[in-house]
Design a protein around this ligand. Structure first.
Ligand code: GRF
Length: 439
């Protein structure tokens, strides 16, 4: 299994055994090592009102332990009001938990950091969604494929809970990378003997034995953790890094987006090059490419330009939306909007387009008809950087197809489009590798 990103998944022998405290401490420790570290709690249950705002205490603590700028919503993308098992809270609150959407949110937050510490919900097998497609906390760990750290709440009964959890983690094909003993009962009898038994039986390294602390903040807990072992594990199992995010903009059929996404999957861009398609954004809700993107497991967003009074307003909102995905490359794939100079300048060097002609010939519309009328023997497509002047940016790649004697605009368009599907994915990957070598 290839991890979705670099980091760890934290589970525990039970609820209320210090999972959040350890997640925060591990995040703090990783931050101290000079890495950009974020803690994520995909599903948090239990909100309270503070200064008129509903907040989850765990999310607040995890956000504070992260050393990058993140919002509550990014640390805890799904926060339920009732402090109970999420599938029960979701029913009570009439919330439909969308697995793919939630995973996309987690990945998006993780993409902002170099390393992420993801806290599970309750114990390892807590249900998240009931019904025809059930989903539980263990599935969440599998979806993210992160190495698992088991927090053992040291109290009577913990040996059985710990051994069962370890068995379940391994049964899911996950790596139990380490465990941490967290003293939750200050008066536990035979604590040393329990610790010795766990050390012997868990068959995983212990990253720390945390005593019962009155101040359970990350800075106080982190010194009890074996920092060299934690960092060594990160080096031993690096996720594809550095990560590069692509955002694709479409308006219509999205066949170029599909070609890029399918090539990314076949060629394993995520695993081999750390390249991921972070989002597909359309300015039209009825774009045929949207359901295709969803089927390919991509995160989609719609921002209808018709809802904005001016081009400038729309472009500003689009920019805000795109930037949520921290893009290294913004790919226009049949995005039928002329962009404002401010927008183009904002993405200078990381905004590309494909145009169905051999630029500089035939910029603009009706390219195929114009190529036939001009008597061209060849036509083609161009991938270029987007500049303020339409279809005039630096040329990155071109492909050539013949113009056949019987061609009309339609048959020529089909031949060019098929060639675009070969050209664009290659150009995207080359552009990103080039950016990488320049960094
Ligand atoms: C392609 O012909 C591309 O060159 C042009 O718009 C068309 C998009 O097609 N910019 P699709 O939406 O990718 O199928």
């Amino acid at each position: 299994m290839t991890p979705a990103f670099s980091g760890f998944f934290i589970t525990g022998t039970d609820t209320e055994i210090g999972k959040t405290a350890l997640t925060a401490a591990l995040t703090h420790l990783l931050g101290q090592s000079g890495r950009r570290a974020v803690a994520i709690k995909p599903i948090a249950a239990g909100l309270e009102q503070v200064d008129g705002r509903w907040v989850n205490d765990d999310v607040q603590r995890l956000r504070a332990a992260s050393n990058i700028e993140v919002q509550d919503q990014e640390v805890g993308p799904l926060q339920l009001r009732h402090a109970c098992a999420p599938h029960i809270a979701a029913v009570l609150e009439n919330v439909a938990i969308d697995r793919q959407a939630l995973l996309a949110e987690v990945r998006r937050t993780a993409a902002k950091a170099e390393v992420s510490v993801v806290e599970g919900v309750g114990g390892f097998c807590v249900p998240l969604v009931e019904g025809a497609s059930p989903w539980d906390s263990a599935d969440l760990a599998v979806d993210l494929a992160l190495p698992v750290v088991l927090v053992v709440g040291m109290r009577l009964g913990c040996i059985n809970h710990a051994l069962l959890s370890a068995e379940a983690i391994r049964a899911r094909g996950l790596k139990l990378v380490a465990w941490v003993a967290n003293q939750v009962d200050p008066n536990m009898g035979h604590a040393d003997a329990n610790f010795a038994t766990l050390s012997q039986r868990l068959q995983a390294p212990c990253w720390g034995r945390v005593p019962f602390l009155l101040q359970a903040d990350p800075a106080h807990i982190a010194p009890y953790l074996n920092a060299p072992a934690v960092l060594q594990e990160l080096v031993a199992h690096p996720a594809p890094s550095p990560r590069q995010n692509i955002v694709i903009l479409i308006s219509g059929s999205g066949s170029n987006m599909q070609a890029i996404a399918e090539t990314a999957q076949t060629e394993q861009w995520a695993q081999r090059h750390g390249i991921q398609i972070a989002a597909v954004i359309s300015n039209r809700a009825d774009a045929a490419g949207l359901p295709i993107a969803k089927r390919l497991g991509l995160h989609t967003e719609v921002l209808p330009h018709t809802q904005f009074a001016s081009r400038t307003d729309f472009d500003a909102a689009l920019r805000q939306l795109i930037d949520r995905f921290a893009p290294d490359l913004v790919v226009l794939a049949g995005f039928m909007r002329v962009l404002t100079p401010e927008f183009v300048q904002h993405y200078a060097g990381r905004l590309i387009n494909i145009h169905p002609s051999l630029l500089p010939a035939f910029p603009g519309l009706n390219t195929h008809q114009r190529a036939i009328e001009a008597g061209c023997k060849v036509a083609g497509a161009t991938v270029h950087e987007v500049s303020v002047e339409v279809d005039q940016g630096h040329i990155l790649a071109q492909t050539v197809v013949p113009v056949l004697p019987d061609d009309d605009a339609e048959t020529l368009a089909q031949r060019v489009l098929a060639a675009e599907h070969r050209l664009y994915p290659t150009a995207v990957r080359q552009k990103l590798s080039q950016k990488l070598s320049q960094n």
